[in-house]
Write a protein that binds this ligand. Structure first.
Ligand SMILES: Cc1ncc(C[n+]2csc(CCOP(=O)(O)OP(=O)(O)O)c2C)c(N)n1
Length: 675
């Protein structure tokens, strides 16, 4: 192994050496603790340290890194206090995730490290978002994401690299090619000659380097960083290395031919660098011993500190409170609303000023437009939303008003765009993603339910993202353009789910969603876009998320619904003036307004829950269960649910009518009235 020291001083080389052996020595200690049962799981990076350490040393301290499970060297080189790292691995409250995450699945804003989720690939697109933030602010910075060779087979790899290339983002993608993905050797993972050859396909530069040579890694990253900043382009680096231990300690290495260990142990990154430094007279046996004994003491002292951590006493209230960021915690709200009047809940008050009769679709457009005016840091992303104005023309004219930098056409890659939105949030931006149809959220599902939803609870980072979900049937659009899939998300802790039914609510709730620093799925029934009108204040205002609305009072029965269901009921009521209905529009499904539900139940004692989604495990099941448990004494009849058929949504208009809950609404009402 040949080391080029370039113009690094002896002092520089010694610092690099210390940074390189720190993760090795920590790991050696952790392996002992693992055997003693003091930590529960360990992913070893032994043999790969040069990549993490060399990369981190080559970056500025405030440049975000998206590491994975073999990148201990990233954490140590960012000088995270060891005692806190140890407490993290012990699962203590004083670690980086209050005991909520294991091994390397945590991040720290103050160190600009974004914690991974287990799914590996999603880290890559987050770097796109951070890099986009740098680009929008004209900052001379890069974002860096790691992947293993196995991870490159995930769609996330393709999507993230493609977005970075198309949007000219300063991202460094680093592949650690260590020969295996768990037990799968690279010849069962990909067929191309080398992974770096994929760079060409994305229209980006790339290089393959010796990942075991710390000076090569350091020098390459320094140069590539300058290139990315100057050229405003991404870059792919394939670091050749080898995993010297099992995938994780319990899984062994039986499947690896022994000669590979022999070959690669000769290329050990620490030993080789040490030999080089001895040859250069930078170090000798004695100085090496001194350095090692200092590090050993440092590790031991911090371990003793970590052992003092008290056992966690679970506190459910604290657990629940940490699922969402609160508005003041994030701190990007106060200055934004200086020119707005706030009510006692801190919401923009409904303006006393003029109102105008507009359609549902116009209300959404107004909310977006005014939010873009209010928040300079708000970015809109979606397929065809720029010049074309989006599939429903909601963002028509936005490019002219706000420019292409903030109104962004995306490639066809929902997963990467949700990841990008999260990266923007890391860097202090807000974003709105328009799913062309809510059905397509399936291909961004992982990023939504595992990354956006869980990140605040896991390590305190908020995801300031609104995903707009044009949904719903009744328009003969078949199984993949008609679903109302809110129940896929209401189950997931960490997501807010909003589903307005009127133009007034749509505008106020969308503005509130954008002001909220948490991830919000905003369902817009596309059948309502152009069929429903209403008076809407012209000025900006918010409606509190989590508050239901009583559409009308009545005495015969209570209908609890949302979205198109509200209009189906109004139609029924109009046709049946003799039936007196208490009609509650939930508006938000998560959080849910239990107080309003209870009051509505109390009003009549007969409850019908109506929704457009199919019956089994639809959101109505949750509402029904809650009512049964908490309002039993108020009921005069069993809680009934009217929902769509448990089939996919058919195309033929007669079949679709038959599918939709609306076709059975009258029947259910009569059944309940007659009980
Ligand atoms: C989406 C997903 N599928 C499967 C796994 C299980 N798994 C964890 S790590 C791993 C292998 C990863 O290989 P590679 O990307 O080469 O990284 P390495 O572990 O070699 O560093 C697998 C299959 C996972 N974490 N996520």
């Amino acid at each position: 192994m040949y080391f080029y020291r370039n113009n690094l001083t002896n002092q520089d080389l010694r610092s690099i050496y210390k940074a390189l052996i720190l993760p090795r020595m920590i790991e050696e200690k952790m392996l002992v603790l693992l055997r003693q049962g003091k930590i529960s799981k360990w992913f070893s990076g032994i043999g790969q340290e040069a990549i993490s350490v060399g990369t981190t040393l080559a970056l500025e301290k405030d440049e975000w890194i998206m590491p994975l499970h073999r990148n201990l060297g990233v954490f140590t080189t960012r000088q995270m206090p060891l005692s806190k790292l140890f407490m993290q691995w012990q699962g203590n409250k004083e670690g980086y995730s209050k005991g909520r995450e294991r091994s390397f699945h945590f991040g720290a804003k103050e160190h600009h490290i974004c914690g991974m989720i287990s799914h590996l690939g999603p880290q890559l697109a987050i770097a796109d978002g951070v890099a986009l933030a740098h680009k929008l602010r004209s900052e001379n910075k890069v974002a860096v994401a790691f992947t293993g060779d196995g991870g490159t087979s995930e769609g996330d790899f393709h999507e993230a690299l493609n977005v970075a290339a198309v949007w000219n983002l300063p991202v460094i993608f680093i592949i650690e090619n260590n020969g295996y993905g768990l037990s799968t050797p690279v010849n069962e993972q990909y067929r191309c000659e080398s992974l770096v050859s994929k760079a060409k396909g994305y229209g980006m530069e790339g290089i393959q380097i010796d990942g075991n040579n710390i000076l090569t890694v350091y020098d390459t990253i320094k140069g590539v960083r300058e290139y990315c900043i100057k050229e405003q382009k991404p870059y792919l680096i394939e670091c050749m290395t080898f995993r010297m231990r099992g995938h994780e300690e319990a899984s062994g290495t039986k499947y690896v031919p022994p000669h590979l260990f022999e070959e690669w142990s000769k290329k050990d990154p620490v030993q080789n660098f040490e030999n080089f430094l001895i040859g250069e007279n930078v170090l000798n046996q004695q100085t090496i011993e001194v350095i090692k004994s200092e590090i050993k003491q440092y590790i031991e002292a911090d371990l003793q500190e970590a052992y003092k951590a008290a056992a966690i006493v679970p506190n459910s209230e604290e657990e629940l409170n940490d699922v969402f960021a609160n508005k003041t915690e994030v701190g990007n709200r106060k200055s934004e609303v200086e020119n707005k009047k706030l009510d006692e809940n801190g919401l923009w008050v409904v303006d006393e000023g003029p109102t105008k009769e507009i359609r549902f679709v116009d209300a959404i457009q107004q909310a977006l437009y005014q939010s873009m005016e209010q928040h300079e840091n708000l970015v809109l992303m979606g397929q065809d939303i720029a010049e074309y104005g989006g599939a429903f023309k909601i963002t028509e004219g936005f490019v002219e008003a706000f420019g292409k930098a903030r109104v962004r056409n995306t490639p066809l890659c929902e997963s990467a765009i949700v990841g990008t939105a999260l990266g923007l949030s890391l860097a202090g931006f807000k974003s709105m993603i328009e799913m062309q149809f809510s059905d397509f959220a399936t291909v961004g599902f992982n990023q939504i339910v595992n990354n956006l939803a869980k990140i605040h609870y896991r390590w305190g980072q908020n995801a300031d993202v609104v995903v707009r979900m044009p949904c719903g049937g009744g328009v003969g659009a078949g199984p993949f353009h008609s679903q109302t899939n809110e129940a896929w998300f209401t189950k997931v802790a960490g997501l807010k789910v909003v589903y307005p039914s009127t133009p007034y609510d749509a505008k106020g709730l969308l503005m509130a969603a954008i002001n909220d620093p948490n991830p919000i799925l905003f369902f817009e029934h596309k059948g309502l876009y152009r069929s429903v009108q209403g008076q809407v204040p012209e000025a900006a205002y918010e409606i509190e998320i989590g508050k239901a609305h009583t559409v009308q009072h009545g005495n015969d029965l209570t209908i609890i619904t949302y979205g198109a269901g509200v209009h189906w009921c109004l139609e029924y009521i109009q046709q049946h003036p003799d039936v007196s209905v208490e009609l509650l529009d939930l508006r938000s499904l998560q959080p849910l307004d239990y107080t309003a539900i209870k009051a509505a139940v109390a009003k009549t004692g007969k409850v019908l829950i109506l929704h457009e989604d199919s019956l089994i495990s639809g959101f109505g099941g949750e509402v029904s269960a809650w009512i049964s448990e908490h309002c039993f004494e108020l009921l005069d009849a069993p809680v009934m649910r009217c929902a769509s058929l448990d089939t996919p949504i058919p195309f033929n208009i007669e079949l679709e009518k038959n599918y939709l809950a609306k076709s059975r609404l009258g029947e259910y009402i009569e059944k309940l009235l007659g009980y």
